[in-house]
Design a protein around this ligand. Sequence first.
Ligand SMILES: Cc1cc2nc3c(=O)[nH]c(=O)nc-3n(C[C@H](O)[C@H](O)[C@H](O)COP(=O)(O)OP(=O)(O)OC[C@H]3O[C@@H](n4cnc5c(N)ncnc54)[C@H](O)[C@@H]3O)c2cc1C
Length: 460
Amino acid sequence: MSDYDVDLFVIGGGSGGVRAARVAAQHGARVMVAEEYRVGGTCVIRGCVPKKLLVYASRFRGEFEDAAGYGWSVPQWSFDWPTLIANKDKEIARLEAAYTMTLGKAGVTIVKQRAVVADSHTVQLADGKRVRTATVLIATGGAPTYGDPIPGIEHAISSNEAFHLPRLPQHVLIQGGGYIALEFAGIFAGLGSNVTVIYRGDNILRGFDDEVRHHVRVDMEKRGVKVITGCTVTAIEKNGGRLFARFSNGFQHTADCVMFATGRAPNVDRLGLKEAGVAIANNGGVAVDEYSRSSVPSIYAVGDVTNRVNLTPVAVREGHAFADTVFGGKPTAVDHSKVPTAVFSDPEVGAIGLTEGRARQRFARTDIYRAMFRPLKAALSGRDTTVLVKLVVDGMTDRVAGCHIVGEGAAEMVQMAAVAVTMGATKADFDATMALHPTTSEELVTLRTRTASYVRQAAE
Ligand SMILES: Cc1cc2nc3c(=O)[nH]c(=O)nc-3n(C[C@H](O)[C@H](O)[C@H](O)COP(=O)(O)OP(=O)(O)OC[C@H]3O[C@@H](n4cnc5c(N)ncnc54)[C@H](O)[C@@H]3O)c2cc1C
């Protein structure tokens, strides 16, 4: 070890890198982290956290609207975008400082510059310095992509810029049907923008349960967001501060802001990975084994740069497992099979486990239990909305293989349901659980009647 300047060099101070660095240092390793932008990474600086703050801001509109049915008269409300952005930035700066302090307290050295791999045991810093290290951890995350090139794409923004717009746009066009597209649709619509979502596929939220996808779309449209599917933006022109987007169906659309949320790609370019012999997987990320080790034994990778499941808790878990494996003497693999996920759109989605479609491919028999109902809160507010609660059950073992909820509080409910699903709870276990009344989540334990049962057809 003494041949090296450090035991671990982490490239990237985001969710995965920070956790790995701190835990490795606590295991006694000499650790250095390079961060080229801001400590905290995507989640803290321009992902989950600022996004959720904007989501909270956007949801006040619904509360103000719903208040009247409960006897409140709310004076004419108004919203100020610069105040929200300034307060959000203050909180992000506070979090960045907290992350930096935590790393410092653990004895980790932070270098605020870009770093690349020079060889299997050397990292090259932007200032020209070279650091010799026993182990390298690539934790460089991902970045927004814009899909196939189209004329005028330079006029479009990604989620990165959406957090720093100088003013709230009046008319927003969002291309994309994934969680980032829909969350920003909800944010802008809630804050008062006129929002259109355009997506090339047949329905939004690809990969989610089909009923969830349908439910979200219908409810979003009720809230005034226009959703166009089977269509893409083919060109953007700018004229006098306004943007004119041409669609593949021949229509034209005018907006103040065009946002592309068309996916993210792992940050693997110009990192010296190819030269060092690090293999890239078919998914475009660094190829790793279950311990996050790459094809080069001294180089590991965690988080979005591996393109496994691109979520913060997964990056954190991978970073922790890496540190325990390499520096804690406790080889730890991460189970990616049951990852709860949320879409903080309006309406909100929470999901864990298999969709109905996947289950029907996998199980000899799949049982579906579903409830769709008007939430109690809507009784007095008069809001036209429904909640969807759905359990997907392996009909042969009675295990709950999937839990899907659309409606207020869906993410919070699914985080708790995820404990049961991860433990392998059966439908009978759900039934045996006493309901907590009156709540939305009590539906999870009172779904007595099977909605459908499917037997897998034998392959021809
Ligand atoms: C808008 C948005 C909303 C999201 N919402 C959620 C959510 O609600 N829940 C959730 O779980 N996940 C969410 N995510 C995903 C989540 O942010 C990522 O999965 C997570 O941040 C991945 O962590 P990471 O450590 O792999 O990478 P990152 O957090 O991206 O960190 C990588 C870091 O490496 C730095 N870096 C890159 N290259 C170099 C280099 N060569 N030298 C030095 N530094 C470098 C980058 O500047 C960055 O700070 C969201 C993402 C976005 C974009």
